[in-house]
Design a binder for this molecule. Structure first.
Ligand code: G6P
Length: 612
């Protein structure tokens, strides 16, 4: 949800900022802009549309400054227009700001500033920030760095909501100021140059040493120095973390798109997520947790809370937690959980799943659960992300950076880690030994089975070619397959803009079957031997009404014909989503390609949703 990048050093800032923005575009791509400190003051260049559009603005070649800030926007307040694009400046044109997040009380602040003679050009919430800083700065007695920080601190104390803010001010020709609260921001330390970014991969080609800012921490960056302060301007000492990610993880390599690359990275991502946690003949190793049998027996229920694809991953582990461990388990959407006074007690365990670890609703839901005394576990792909800072325990998937907006390898890594967590609970409780032992063997074989699916995707491509002009699709399955149906339908609508819905297979006939007519595609997922024949019947019901059927299965289907059948390897239904989702990811991908769409940056979406 908006990407920000900053640079101060010896080199010309503009190309570095553009390079960073291009890598952050997955976070939002409605409009873009940069501001650099030039000899004669701050210069801003911004426009509606993609980052690449900035390069068509002739004035960009005049930017020579070695310090600057930049932004790529996912519009919340105010349409994507040139004027609403960041950076925003105060009325006196002395302070430039880029912002990721939402200022919830901007209407009041705008009124306060308007009453004090300030004027506003844009419809954004952000524009109050440079003006508020300016308001306080003018009241300070001097024009020192300390007085500017003091003004920033006062301004920030007035802001409600979430923000990661970069600031340039005319009086400080070689210093940039940043602060964050509930929105991501990292600082990269270079050699006589320093960087700011919304995420690590965007600046990984420049440095591997990163500082993570806590909520309400300031950083003041110059070419050779970075100082950190708390909100009361006391100095804070920090040491950089060395990130060992390989740069190629954030590059497309030989693939056309990040999404395809990430689909193909799934065997590796899952191997890394399994790591040393599972081996055939020993107990599950989850050193991050210290749960005892007594503690697990005392749990009254488990809530698994997340948004989007991460919520779909959460659905898949209920079968283990309820079936093996007999712990009542509910899966909830974070934006609902946080407002419905859930039955959370001190004996409730709440698990929060977020690839980015920065999703606003998930963070808020986690804070709510903690305030009610629950124990909390965060599952994230990003080390040091907000949910991992908030939770009692953190477990990481090791999927590597996921850049495409539509999640693929993060989803399958989350399911893998959740299954491991479920097995750990079962082992600690001393239940379902035989089943868990079998699952251990199976989970270790999953990466190889994904490789098998990926060896030949031609049938999926051909089917995509047949249906890409359709307007509607339905995804059905029973039991754990209904969870995968949800994810399959989401993938299709996200990147191909085809209207798609998912249903537990037995539910379709209770109304929605009225929408089945000649040519409508129905995707059936069947991996549970106990339920397959039921779903077959439901597919027959739609075939007789003219539907085209695409089936993903690991079962032997006899005496039934579907338009296409994609076979995946046999595993028990506890783990089957990790395999059965792969053809669905590919189907959505190939349809999007057939339609000539931008697979990695689908319309209206953003990868990291740091607003409510
Ligand atoms: C957005 C993304 C989805 C993602 C969801 C939750 O909607 O487009 O792909 O599943 O956010 O993100 P998280 O980072 O919390 O997993």
């Amino acid at each position: 949800m908006c990407g920000i990048v900053g640079y101060v050093g010896k080199k010309k800032a503009e190309p570095i900022l553009i390079n960073g923005l291009l890598r952050l575009e997955y976070r939002g791509y409605d409009s873009a802009g940069i501001a650099t400190m030039e000899k004669d003051g701050i210069k801003t260049i911004k426009n509606k549309g993609r980052v690449a559009g900035l390069l068509d603005i002739p004035e960009i070649s005049n930017l020579e400054g070695t310090m600057g800030i930049a932004h790529t926007r996912w519009a919340t307040h105010g349409k994507p227009t040139d004027i609403n694009s960041h950076p925003h400046m105060d009325n006196k044109k002395t302070t430039a700001v880029v912002h990721n997040g939402i200022i919830e009380n901007y209407v009041e602040l705008k009124k306060f500033l308007t009453d004090n003679g300030y004027e506003f050009l844009s419809q954004t919430d952000t524009e109050v920030i440079p003006n508020l800083i300016n308001y306080y700065y003018e009241k300070e007695s001097g024009k020192t760095e300390n007085s500017f920080l003091s003004a920033m601190s006062k301004a920030v104390k007035d802001l409600k909501g979430s923000f990661a803010i970069e600031v340039l001010n005319q009086d400080f020709k070689d210093k940039m100021f940043v602060i964050r609260k509930d929105s991501p921001l990292v600082i990269g330390k270079g050699d006589s140059e320093n960087y700011i970014s919304s995420d690590i991969p965007a600046i990984l080609s420049f440095t591997k040493d990163f500082y993570l800012l806590d909520d309400y921490e300031f950083a003041v960056l110059s070419k050779d120095n970075i100082d950190f302060y708390d909100l009361n301007l006391n100095k804070v000492s920090k040491s950089p973390k060395n990130i060992t990610w390989d740069m190629s993880a954030a590059e497309k390599g030989n693939f056309d798109d990040f999404m395809l690359k990430e689909i193909y990275e799934q065997p590796k991502a899952i191997r890394e997520t399994i790591g040393a946690r599972v081996s055939k003949d020993s107990k599950i190793v989850l050193d991050e947790l210290d749960f005892t049998k007594e503690y697990l027996e005392s749990i009254d229920r488990i809530y698994i809370v997340a948004c989007g694809t991460a919520m779909h991953a959460g659905l898949t582990v209920r079968k283990i937690l309820e079936g093996f461990c007999k712990i009542p388990t509910e899966i909830d959407i974070a934006s609902e959980f946080r407002y419905r006074d859930p039955l959370v007690t001190k004996n409730t365990l709440c698990i929060f799943i977020s690839q980015s670890g920065e999703t606003a609703d998930t963070i808020a839901a986690l804070k709510l659960a903690r305030s009610k005394g629950a124990k909390t576990i965060a599952i994230s792909n990003v080390i040091g992300s907000s949910i991992t800072n908030e939770a009692d325990y953190s477990l990481y998937t090791h999927a590597g950076p996921e850049i495409a907006v539509a999640s693929t390898k993060a989803y399958t890594s989350q399911i893998t880690l959740l299954a491991i967590l479920g097995m750990y609970f079962a082992e600690t409780l001393g239940v379902a030994k035989e089943e868990v032992d079998k699952l251990k063997e199976e989970i270790l074989e999953i990466p190889g089975k994904i490789e098998d699916i990926l060896k030949d995707t031609s049938k999926i491509k051909t089917f995509a070619n047949r249906i890409y002009q359709e307007k509607n699709a339905f995804y059905i399955g029973r039991g754990i397959d209904s969870c995968v149906a949800m994810e399959g339908a989401l993938k299709l609508k996200e990147i191909s803009y085809i209207h798609s819905e998912s249903y537990p297979a037995g539910e379709l006939k209770h109304g929605s079957i009225a929408l089945i007519e000649n040519g409508v595609t129905v995707v059936g997922i069947m991996t549970d031997p106990d339920l397959t024949h039921k779903t077959i019947s439901n597919l027959q019901e739609v075939i007789t009404r003219g539907a085209k059927t695409f089936v993903v299965t690991n079962q032997d289907l006899e005496n039934v014909t579907f338009d296409e059948v994609i076979r995946v390897g046999k595993v028990s239904p506890y783990l089957s989503p990790v395999l059965s989702v792969i053809p669905l990811q590919l189907l959505a991908y190939y349809i999007s390609k057939e339609k000539g769409l931008d697979v990695d940056k689908p319309r209206n979406l953003a990868k990291s949703v740091t607003v409510e």
